[in-house]
Design a protein around this ligand. Structure first.
Ligand SMILES: *Cc1c(COP(=O)(O)O)cnc(C)c1O
Length: 380
């Protein structure tokens, strides 16, 4: 339990108020439900199909409940624990089990829980599904292409070649299940064109298999706002997807499963400067805490430095090396981060857009990682 839990209002005004009132010495993750609701609306209004949420990005109960309340009707789940979590928190919602590798006991758990939609990327795993699934289940072979455009291709572990995907698709239909297709273009994909390449290939796979598909899941990968001045253009991606799907003779229904694109910008991480050694900055959080994925996908540079009075530091910026609190040398942010030259020990560094793959991967390594969670009305 962190410093701020149980103290202060249930809903803070903004990070500056938390800093002024609490001067938290441990990292604090501030969640703005209003921002998450607005982002859910943006996806629901803009995406030409069903919007589901990839639970692994941030399985916080408040996130799941807020999204369900905002009209997100489905969730991409990857484990029995995620299946049960959604069953409890959003009982009416669809659950798509899109981890293409599962043990037989995990499959049995999902069948018993009423999961009806699955992805797969190999014949061995498809046979396991055939052994356990009731007829008429929806099975989406997942394929991959050597297309670049994402910040980090964490999907490269999964995905069949187009030829194998076509054979899988044909078997799915032959066994009396509902054939669909899926892909994931890689996370933080800012360029709309990879979706075009994948959607064209999906049409080709359906053609090769001579099997019309029921739905096409165009993955997650939708970008969040990570770089100051580079606002992600989700609407261009939505338009590209709507246009590209016209290559099908009979266009399938579309599904997307954003994780990061929905949740990241609804959170800001409040860290504190423990020490300034020469010009190196030591924060109270780092790559074992709320900033885990930065070495993988690059710095989150939407940062603000606030004094303990909650006022912005606005000196000329200079590049600084930023270390986390643990004794491990890899606990440093990639490259350098531009901070105001007049930063002081005891100041706060707020990282905006920090809600994806952060709280859920936070560790307690070396006795750190005492991350508290609070809610805010807004970030400024
Ligand atoms: C992780 C994952 C997602 C979410 O990816 P983001 O890049 O966070 O949008 C979606 N679908 C599957 C199958 C995933 O594994």
């Amino acid at each position: 339990m962190g410093l701020t839990e149980g103290r202060g209002p249930a809903l803070w005004t903004n990070p500056a108020q938390i800093i002024r009132d609490m001067a938290p010495d441990q990292p604090v993750m501030a969640f703005a439900p209003a921002v998450l609701r607005a982002q859910a609306r943006r996806f629901i209004q803009g995406f030409p199909g069903l919007v589901t949420y990839a639970v692994k990005a941030n399985p916080d109960k408040r996130v799941i409940r807020t999204l369900a309340g905002a009209g997100i009707g489905g969730f991409d789940v990857a484990s029995p624990a995620e299946i049960d979590l959604i069953g409890r928190l959003a009982p009416g919602a669809a659950r798509h089990y899109h981890n293409p590798v599962r043990s037989r006991s995990e499959i049995a758990h999902a069948v018993a829980a009423g999961v009806r939609v699955w992805s797969v990327d190999s014949f061995s795993e498809l046979e396991k599904l055939f052994d356990a699934l009731p007829k008429g289940s929806e099975i989406a072979p997942r394929f991959k292409l050597p297309i670049k455009g994402a910040a980090y291709d964490f999907g490269s572990k999964f995905g069949a070649t187009p030829q194998v995907a076509a054979e899988l698709l044909r078997s799915v239909a032959a066994r009396g299940h509902i054939p669909s297709l899926s892909f994931h273009p890689g996370t933080q994909c800012t360029d709309p064109l990879p979706w075009d390449g994948y959607i064209r290939m999906a049409a080709e796979i359906a053609h090769m298999a001579d099997t019309p598909i029921h739905r096409l899941n165009v993955g997650g990968g939708f970008p969040s706002h990570r770089i100051a001045g580079a606002t992600p253009d989700l609407e261009s991606i939505f338009r590209q997807i709507a246009k590209s799907v016209q290559v099908f003779d009979r266009a399938p229904q579309l599904v997307c499963e954003p994780g990061r694109g929905l949740c990241a910008d609804a959170f800001s991480l409040i860290t504190r400067i423990k020490a300034i050694r020469n010009s190196d900055i030591f924060l109270n959080d780092g790559v074992y805490g709320g900033l885990t994925e930065l070495p993988q996908i690059g710095n989150l540079d939407r940062i603000q430095v606030l004094t303990p009075q909650g006022l912005p530091r606005d000196g000329n910026v200079t590049p600084r090396t930023i270390f986390g609190p643990t004794c491990d040398s890899i606990d440093r942010l990639p490259g350098e981060l531009a901070l105001p030259g007049n930063v002081c020990e005891g100041d706060f560094v707020v990282f905006h857009g920090a809600g994806a793959y952060s709280t859920v991967t936070n560790t307690h390594f070396n006795g750190f990682g005492q991350l508290s969670q609070v809610s805010v009305k807004a970030f400024s």
